[in-house]
Write a protein that binds this ligand. Structure first.
Ligand code: FCB
Length: 472
C-alpha cells in the first residue's frame, strides 16, 4: 500500500483547476488607454515602500502580451483562470462612465479565455483603488463602498454573461489592515481606527455589490475571497491562548462572522472600541447588507500561524519555538500577540511556514462553524529560490512538493465533507509581489523581467499532469 503522502488521489468530477493572477501584479501599461492612477502606483513610487523601489509600471507586460499568455493558459489545460479587473482602467477616477478602451482589454481577455474553453473567474478588487478615491478618504469613508457597487455593476453589465464566477474582493483583511493598520501595503497608513472603519466599508462594498452584480447579470455566481488561517497558541498558557484568540478575532472572525452570522464578534468590537472612526461607522441595516446570500466562498491559504503573548517570547524560545527579532507592527502590538515559528517546519522564501494540515483544519472549521457553501481555494502556492539553469530550464521541486502537499490536504477536507469545488495556484506567472517587488517568485512560469520572456518551470509541466489526471 502506498503511504498517505504518495497514494494516488482523484478529485470530484468537474473540479475546477486553475491558476490566479492580479491586475497590478502582471499588467504593466499603467497609463495605457486611459487608465487612471491607483493607490499602488502612488505607494510603489514613494521612497522606501517597496523592496528595491520596484513598481508595477511594467510588471510582466501582460497587458501587451495578452495573446501569448492566453496561449500559455491553453497549453496548461486548466479549465479555470482567476484574474482581477483594474478598477482604474474601467473608471479612471473611481466614478463616472466606463472608459471603453480599458474595458475592451477585459473583453478581449474574457473572450479569449472562452474561445479556449477556459472559465473566467473575475475578481473586482485586488487592491488597486483609484487614487482619487483615496484622496477623498479611501476605504475609511463610506462613499467608497457606494462607488465600488457602481463599478461592480458596470463591470457585470459588460462582462457578466461570460464570467463564470465573480469575486467581489480579494483579501479585505489586507486592504484594511495591511493598508491602513500596518502600513506595509498601499496606501501605507498606520491607524487602527481607519483600519477598523475600512474593514466595515470593504464588507459593506461587498454586500452592496452582490445584488448589483446579480441585477446586471442575473445568472452570475458571486462570492468573496478571504485570507483565513488557523491561529494556534504556542503553549497552553492562558496568556498565549488569549493572544491566539485575539489574533483569530482580527484575522478570521472579523470577516466570517458578519458574512455568515450577521454580526461582528463582540470580543473584537470590544477590543477596538473607542477608536476613531473605528466601528462607529456601522449603521443600522449594514449587517443585513453584508450578509447578502452568496454562491461560494473563496479561500486563500499559504501558512498557519502560531502565537504567544508578546511578553512571553523567552518562554516560547524555551518551548523550542523560533522567535525572530522584534519588528514594529501596530496590529500585533495592539493585539499583544507575537508570531513564532515551529522549528521542524520548512519555510518558503517569504518566511512562511509550510504546514498543509492547517489548510485541512481551516476548511473543516469553515464547514463546521460557518457555512456549507461551495468553497474554492482561490490562491495557494509558494515563493521559492528559482533560477534559470545553464540549460535554460527552471527546476522548482520545492514548489511542486508544496502544491502537492496542499492538494492532499484539500482532498482530506473533501473526504471529511467539505464542498471544495476548485483550486487555483498562485500564480501563473512570476510577478510584482507587492512590497517585496520582483524579489519573490510564485509563478509556474518564470518571467525574465527585463525582456518579459516567459519560461515554463518544471512545476508547469507537473501541474499540467495534475489537471489532466484530475488528481495526483
Ligand atoms: C496574497 C495576494 C496575492 C499574492 C499572494 C502571495 O495575499 O492576494 O496577490 O501576493 O498573497
Amino acid at each position: 500500500m502506498p503511504d498517505a503522502a504518495s497514494r494516488p488521489i482523484t478529485f470530484p468530477a468537474g473540479f475546477t483547476w486553475g491558476t490566479a493572477t492580479a491586475a497590478y501584479q502582471i499588467e504593466g501599461a499603467v497609463s495605457a488607454e486611459g487608465r487612471g492612477p491607483s493607490i499602488w502606483d502612488t505607494f510603489s513610487h514613494s521612497a522606501g515602500r517597496t523592496r528595491n523601489g520596484d513598481t508595477g509600471d511594467i510588471a510582466t507586460g501582460h497587458y501587451r502580451r495578452l495573446e501569448e499568455d492566453l496561449d500559455l493558459l491553453a497549453e496548461l489545460g486548466a479549465p479555470g483562470y482567476r484574474f482581477s479587473i483594474a478598477w482604474p482602467r474601467i473608471q479612471p477616477t473611481g466614478k463616472g462612465p466606463v472608459n471603453v478602451e480599458g474595458l475592451d482589454f477585459y473583453r478581449r481577455l474574457v473572450g479569449g479565455l472562452r474561445q479556449r474553453g477556459i472559465a473566467p473567474v473575475a475578481t473586482l478588487y485586488h487592491w488597486d483603488l483609484p487614487q482619487p478615491l483615496e484622496d477623498a478618504g479611501g476605504w475609511s469613508e463610506r462613499d467608497t463602498a457606494e462607488r465600488f457597487a457602481e463599478y461592480a455593476a458596470l463591470a457585470a453589465e459588460a462582462l457578466g454573461d461570460d464570467v463564470a464566477l465573480w469575486i467581489t474582493l480579494n483579501e479585505p483583511w489586507c486592504s484594511a489592515w495591511a493598508g491602513y493598520g500596518e502600513g506595509s501595503h498601499a496606501p501605507g497608513d498606520r491607524n487602527l481606527g481607519r483600519a477598523s472603519a475600512a474593514t466595515h466599508h470593504l464588507l459593506l462594498a461587498h454586500g452592496l455589490a452582490v445584488p448589483a452584480i446579480r441585477a446586471a447579470s442575473p445568472a452570475s455566481a458571486v462570492g468573496i475571497t478571504l485570507n483565513l488561517t488557523p491561529i494556534t497558541p504556542a503553549t497552553d498558557h492562558p496568556a498565549d491562548k488569549a493572544a491566539a484568540s485575539r489574533a483569530d478575532g482580527n484575522q478570521n472572525r472579523l470577516f466570517l462572522d458578519p458574512l455568515f452570522k450577521g454580526a461582528y464578534p463582540e470580543d473584537v468590537l470590544d477590543h477596538y472600541a473607542g477608536l476613531s472612526p473605528g466601528f462607529s461607522v456601522v449603521r443600522p441595516g449594514d449587517l443585513e447588507v453584508i450578509g447578502a446570500a452568496i454562491d461560494f466562498l473563496g479561500v486563500n491559504f499559504y501558512s498557519p500561524q502560531t502565537v504567544v503573548a508578546r511578553g512571553r517570547a523567552e518562554e516560547a524560545r524555551r518551548a523550542g519555538f523560533n522567535v525572530g527579532p522584534p519588528r514594529p507592527n501596530p496590529i500585533a502590538e495592539d493585539l499583544d500577540s507575537l508570531a513564532v515559528l515551529t522549528p521542524a517546519r520548512p519555510v518558503t522564501q517569504m518566511g512562511w511556514e509550510v504546514a498543509p494540515d492547517g489548510l485541512a483544519e481551516l476548511l473543516v472549521r469553515i464547514r463546521h462553524d460557518y457555512s456549507a457553501l461551495p468553497i474554492y481555494i482561490t490562491e495557494n502556492g509558494a515563493a521559492t529560490e528559482d533560477y534559470v539553469d545553464p540549460d535554460g530550464r527552471v527546476h522548482d521541486p520545492e514548489r511542486i512538493s508544496y502544491i502537492e502537499a496542499h492538494l492532499r490536504a484539500v482532498h482530506r477536507a473533501i473526504e471529511a465533507g467539505v464542498d471544495v469545488r476548485g483550486y487555483f495556484v498562485w500564480s501563473l506567472l512570476d510577478n510584482f509581489e507587492w512590497a517585496q517587488g520582483y524579489a519573490r517568485r510564485f509563478g509556474l512560469v518564470w518571467v525574465d523581467f527585463p525582456s518579459g520572456e516567459r519560461i515554463r518551470k518544471e512545476s508547469f509541466a507537473w501541474y499540467q499532469q495534475v489537471v489532466a489526471r484530475n488528481g495526483l
